[in-house]
Design a binder for this molecule. Structure first.
Ligand SMILES: [Zn+2]
Ligand SMILES: [Zn+2]
Length: 255
């Protein structure tokens, strides 16, 4: 599977963009930098968006995408998938008509350009030959990761934002994850704030990996706070974990 990394940073600075991962040009995971990197034709190809949680760095592209697509002569609806508490926040806080038009009822009450769809944890949905399953992760707000499997049974798991969790790995046990896209937001010295805000440090990452059965083949680190990039990079190197690398914005990867 090929993923375009539109953004994978844990904060926004010049040269660092919030998380958005594009699978097969059509399926997007989180929307942090969706409309910043993709031209209109690229935006137009997106039909399905999976959101991990309601934090702004993951949902901010949704209103801009809708605003761009509404002016096309030929339109299609964009499906926004997530677990119910996340869909609720998108509906009630992002698209309630107060900070942006409510594109779930524009251009038509029954055929809004955005179609919000609730997913049940653990239940798979099939799209374009991919089987996508939400698994809960541990964050400061309700959050889910996504396990994605293609027709050849290759699998990647995208955690979104998460702190230490047993539940996720227990529920996913037995699924061979070929590529794990997992967050590390803070350096080791900030473990307390990482735990309080539902994030990982390099040391906490190592403990999480030990919980996974079987072990993932590739570990791709995302959501690093750019302020601590070099420290986190050197702390990760010292862990000596095989097949681990840090993802960068604007690269295309095979997973
Ligand atoms: Zn978050
Ligand atoms: Zn985030």
């Amino acid at each position: 599977m090929e993923i375009k990394v539109l953004g994978c940073s844990g904060a926004e600075f010049p040269g660092y963009r919030p998380p958005s991962f594009l699978l097969n040009d059509k399926i997007l995971f989180d929307t942090g930098s969706l409309t910043r990197l993709l031209e209109i034709e690229g935006q137009w190809r997106i039909k399905h968006i999976f959101i991990t949680h309601s934090h702004l760095d993951h949902i901010m592209g949704i209103p801009f995408l809708a605003d761009n697509l509404i002016f096309r002569k030929k339109r299609h609806r964009v499906n926004i998938f997530s677990i119910p508490p996340v869909i609720r926040v998108i509906r009630e806080s992002l698209l309630d008509g107060s900070i942006w038009p409510d594109f779930t009822v524009i251009p038509d009450t029954h055929e809004g350009i955005l179609n919000l769809i609730e997913l049940k944890t653990g239940d798979s949905i099939k799209i374009d030959g991919y089987r996508i399953t939400p698994y809960p992760v541990q964050h400061s707000v309700p959050a889910t990761g996504y396990l994605v499997e293609d027709k050849k049974k290759r699998r990647f798991f995208y955690t979104g934002d998460t702190g230490p969790t047993d539940n996720t790995w227990i529920k996913m046990e037995g699924n061979q994850v070929h590529s794990l896209l997992i967050e590390v937001s803070f350096p080791n010295r900030m473990e307390e704030i990482a735990l309080r805000t539902g994030h990982l440090t390099p040391r906490l990452l190592k403990k999480e990996l030990l919980k996974m059965k079987p072990q993932p083949e590739k570990i791709l680190v995302i959501h690093i706070k750019p302020q601590y990039f070099e420290t986190i990079q050197s702390e990760l190197r010292k862990l000596n974990i095989k097949n681990l690398r840090l993802l960068k914005d604007d690269q295309t990867i095979q997973v």
